[in-house]
Design a protein around this ligand. Structure first.
Ligand SMILES: Cc1cc2nc3c(=O)[nH]c(=O)nc-3n(C[C@H](O)[C@H](O)[C@H](O)COP(=O)(O)OP(=O)(O)OC[C@H]3O[C@@H](n4cnc5c(N)ncnc54)[C@H](O)[C@@H]3O)c2cc1C
Length: 235
């Protein structure tokens, strides 16, 4: 379906936020994604998936796209897209990371890099409805200036705890967690399996596999662990 870029702005040093107007959009749930299709003048097309950062009911659809220098689609979306540009989207797609306000379980989200994008929609939706079970988000980012959705993550909510670890940042001003999400870090910073949380994991493929394995090792029920892999390796 046709979409129009309404606005773009830098989100971090490596990512841009795009606000889209999609007149025929049927609505979505927090955690869904959509497919963007770009068509070149010679008719060549390329399609990629992007998580929806905006919550259901928010005005317009927002995406946050991280730049991969050698990529085909992300450099156009991050560097070239301008207000007024037309593109094609399909969606909503998903189900793996979907979260609805009626979810009775606590929710544990674990994100690597831009894998936090679908969880921004979850946090905004959770804040809107209020009075829902506990939630935790454990985010692995390379450095503080690469944290996507920092405003949303910093907004306090009852029953929500956000923990960030920096995977590639040596400066002393960061006093929080550092390094990768080892099983020990996971155990100390996530809702334990005894509470039977819904567990949502999103990010680069290798990250998601390592985290999901670590959580299963801690004793989480495989039926409650949902994952979405963004692609190749990343980190
Ligand atoms: C369900 C889903 C949701 C997604 N949501 C987002 C999102 O919200 N924001 C976002 O920025 N991206 C998201 N992605 C990733 C996105 O679809 C693209 O894969 C990404 O933008 C790269 O596309 P590209 O055309 O620029 O690179 P490509 O031309 O496809 O690839 C260029 C090079 O980068 C490698 N590569 C491809 N994808 C990745 C990756 N994700 N990480 C590291 N290396 C990679 C390739 O192996 C290749 O070497 C999502 C992917 C999926 C499946």
């Amino acid at each position: 379906m046709p979409a129009r870029v309404v606005a773009t702005r830098p989100e971090t040093t490596h990512a841009s936020r795009l606000l889209l107007d999609v007149p025929a959009w049927p609505g979505h749930r927090a955690g869904n994604h959509l497919d963007v299709r770009l068509t070149a003048a010679d008719g060549y097309t390329a399609q990629r998936s992007y998580s929806i950062a905006s919550a259901p009911g928010e005005h317009g659809l927002s995406l946050v796209v991280e730049l991969l220098d050698d990529g085909e689609v992300s450099p156009w979306l991050v560097r070239e897209a301008r207000a007024g540009d037309e593109l094609e989207v399909n969606g909503p797609v998903g189900g793996h990371l979907e979260w609805t306000p009626g979810e009775p379980r606590p929710v544990q989200m674990v994100a690597g890099g831009s894998g936090v994008v679908p969880f921004l929609a979850v946090l905004t939706e959770r804040a809107r409805v209020g009075g829902v079970p506990a939630a935790r988000l454990l985010l692995s980012a390379r450095s503080p200036d690469e944290v996507i959705g920092a405003d949303t993550l910093a907004r306090p909510q009852p029953g929500l705890l956000v923990t960030t670890t920096m995977s590639r940042y040596a400066r002393p001003e960061w006093t929080g967690l550092r390094g990768r999400l080892t099983p020990d870090v996971l155990r100390q910073n996530t809702i334990g399996p005894g509470e039977r949380p819904l567990v949502l994991v999103c990010g680069p493929t290798a990250f998601v596999e390592a985290v999901a394995d670590g959580l299963l090792e801690l004793g989480h029920d495989p039926a409650l662990v949902r994952t979405e892999r963004f692609g190749a390796s990343g980190g």
